[in-house]
Design a protein around this ligand. Sequence first.
Ligand code: AHR
Length: 523
Amino acid sequence: MSIDISRRQFARSAAAASLSALLPRGVFAQSPAPQKVLIRADSEIGTVRPEFHSHFAEHLGSCVYGGLWVGKKSPIPNEDGYRKAALDYLKELGIPVLRWPGGCFADDYHWRDGIGPVEKRPKRVNIHWGGYVEDNSFGVHEFIGLCRKIGAEPYLAGNVGSGTPEELRDWVEYCNFPSGSTLSDERAANGSPEPFKVRYWGVGNENWGCGGPMTPERYGDLYKNFTNYMRTFSEPRLFLVACGPNGNDMRWSRGLLNTLTGGAPQARLPQGWSMHFYEGGSKPSTQFTVDAMNEQFRIFPRVEQALIQQRALLDSYDPQRRCGIVLDEWGVWDAIPREDEKRYGRLWQQSTMRSAVAAGLGLNIFNRQADKLYMANIAQMVNVLQSILLTDGPEGRNCVRTSTYYAFLLFKPHRAKTAVRVETGSTDPLGLSVSASRSGSELVVSFVNPSDKNNLEVDCELRGATARQGRAELLHHPDLNAYNGFDNPNTIVPKPHEVAVEGARVRVAVPALSVITAILQVA
Ligand code: AHR
């Protein structure tokens, strides 16, 4: 991570003076001294896997029903039952992987309930999320259909808590066996002759909590039992994700790894190690105070520490890193007013300028820890927690792209590039956060300023590269509680931003509460 560079001398050259002349004065005028940043373009960390920008959709509130899925007969513009505006926005952003159907819902979900003629599907009570009657009109075919439309790779969360090894084994066969077995023929009869080719399978969800509650030893035994019957029937090979810790719970992790390996290192290790780490908030989303915001932002260093420490523990069992960390639930979880939930659905939460900054802090961590992370799925895609899209309730026609959507859009240029090291000289959780990635002649740098008041002039030194030109985009609003409402959907949208480039120096104004991505042409 960052190291102290306060003693580093940055040349005060004539070039610097000419650079200053290029920069917008309004912001810099308030800044006492430039913030120094060293971008080590020649010091590689690892690939920024596009999967770091993955998502999660649960049968919860109005995420699926009334959010992504409005039904084929809905007056809301739709494509085969999927909300048309949502499809368009999701395609524009690009969704690498989508996890479904939960969350807690997954361990009470029986996949056969969601196949076959819709009118014959059973009605079940969603015991985790408000006891509404789930009609199962959105099942596995509808989910795979959504993934195909938006170009996402599906990630199915299997039921360990209340299901059986047989049920999960059959779900894999139903989805992935090409043809000729009773289950694969049933899939074909239900409209999908081609196998779904689902690679990612979660073996339970939060089995220390809503998917249990179990001890790590009991879950570990069940993991071995369930996965013993899961087979790769067609390419791609199955990627099985075990339920790792809540946050950075080392007790769970050690207990599970010991149970899985049984003293034989690497035997029975999963391909993926699920972690969940929410960043709780003490205020309703649009009523945050600066103190409450800072308290929430201070959680992010703990997320980074959890990734580092869990990876180190995994390394002691799995030095070749065949088991990857899958942070398949993260994001801000604010205090949610009951009235909002009644109106819009359970866990419906507005996304503000603060939320966008939080997204940027998380995505910067993923770049910095690119060698330790395999996938991350923000919770959740629509209308639940830190959503990228919001609709005004289950019947709502409106669909807006939230501030978090735009933060993700700003990080999109990092995808598939190689993360490189950055030094800011500070480890202050409320100080400037920076990450960078490179591919060939393109260097992408993201700056996140979580301060509510410190406008920064950032003076970057490039090491191992010189820049010819650059452009940048800024996501910013001075009000931490500002958001993209249904009447004002463009309150927080990216805008072109000036970046001054000269050889090994790059200067940019980074206002308080902002996310900026600069794309530099380098040699
Ligand atoms: O995302 C909401 C809930 O948070 C999920 O269902 C569960 O896995 C987690 O506790």
